[in-house]
Design a protein around this ligand. Structure first.
Ligand code: COA
Length: 325
């Protein structure tokens, strides 16, 4: 059974935090942030939560697909910043949008999470376990950022994006045609947040810094520029096409220089790598579906085009997906 993306939706919280605002908070400059990352501003949730942002993105994706919440059979929310441990964000989304007939659960693969969720939904539908799904990436990263650490706090933003996927009809050409994903737990120390004092943790006491994100930026950078092109090439191989057959690459918006390096390694024109990082910062699992929605609504992605989605994140995790729109 084939699986196609029928609709997209996204939301960014209202409050905008600019590089100039950050200059007032930590020892940084607008110039440094723009040159090293490509970011100018990011959105920060004030009242919104992971569940409320995810629900808003889902409503927009349903509207864009012309589908109803009641008929939705599966909701997967990729998030690493859900405000409640129980119930999961997907079950709260189910309640908020009124999708009473759906199976709902979360996936945490950090910034790689949306691709892991999409892959899971693909397998559910391809196996016949269900016919459609809402796949969401939603984050309120501002809750776990150390706002005194200039090497991380300038990078991240909040938001949510969703796609509605559905089984294809016989003879249809649209759909997911290739996938690849992987995890590298051996590199887990590159980017982590302990989050809470769990039983069995090596440190007896948790201090407030353990509740925040820690990152070795240069290690993450090197991991991404090496691993993502390999992963994209594997996904293209599984689809039986080459880089020259791809119309648009929708990559995780972590750093403009990372995306430029990936384009160079793939020997592909940077124009095929649209970005919104300037306005959004890194929204983790939400970044790919947010950008996808913006491109879809702007008409930059057209029916029949071949689109590659790819990202990486804490874990380390990475994934790529090839879609015929
Ligand atoms: N403003 C000004 N200076 C800063 C700064 C900031 N916001 N953050 C770090 N610096 C300083 C560092 O302290 C360092 O100073 P030093 O040379 O005196 O020690 C200098 O800038 C260079 O730091 P470095 O880490 O080598 O810079 P970089 O070119 O690697 O850029 C990142 C840093 C974080 C932007 C980059 O490594 C990156 O984007 N990595 C990937 C991160 C990522 O994608 N994370 C999410 C994964 S999903």
């Amino acid at each position: 059974m084939g699986v196609a993306i029928r609709g997209t939706g996204s939301i960014l919280p209202e409050k905008i935090l600019t590089n100039q605002d950050l200059e007032q908070m930590v020892d940084t400059t607008d110039e440094w942030i723009r040159q090293r990352t490509g970011m100018k501003e990011r959105h920060i949730a004030e009242k919104d939560t992971v569940a409320s942002l995810a629900a808003a993105a889902c409503k927009r994706a349903l509207e864009s697909a012309g589908k109803s919440a009641e008929d939705t059979e599966l909701i997967i929310v990729a998030t690493c910043t859900t405000e409640m441990l129980l119930p999961c964000a997907a079950c709260r989304v189910q309640k908020l949008i009124g999708a009473a007939n759906a199976i709902a659960f979360d996936i945490n693969a950090a910034c790689g999470g949306f691709l892991f969720a999409l892959n899971t939904a693909h397998h559910y539908i391809a196996s016949g376990a269900c016919r459609n799904a809402l796949v969401v990436g939603a984050e309120v990263l501002s809750e776990i950022i150390d706002w005194t650490d200039r090497s991380t706090c300038v990078l991240f933003g909040d938001g949510a994006g969703a796609v509605y996927v559905e089984e294809t009809i016989s003879g249809e050409r649209s759909g997911i045609i290739g996938m690849s994903q992987g995890s590298s737990g051996m590199n887990g120390q590159m980017l982590y947040c302990r989050g809470r004092n769990v039983k069995g943790a090596t440190e007896p006491e948790i201090n407030s810094s353990d509740l925040l994100v820690h990152m070795s930026g240069s290690d993450v950078y090197r991991f991404a520029v090496r691993q993502v092109p390999i992963c994209i090439t594997k996904a293209l191989d599984s689809a039986g096409i080459g880089t020259e057959d791809v119309d648009v690459y929708v990559l995780h918006q972590a750093n403009r220089r990372i995306i430029e390096s990936i384009a160079k390694t793939l020997k592909t024109d940077i124009d095929k790598f649209p970005m919104n990082i300037e306005r959004t910062g890194n929204t983790s699992s939400a970044s790919i579906p947010i950008l996808l929605d913006e491109l879809h609504r702007a008409g930059r992605i057209q029916k029949g085009q071949r689109v590659v989605l790819s990202g990486f994140g804490a874990g380390m995790t990475y994934g790529a997906c090839v879609v015929v729109w």
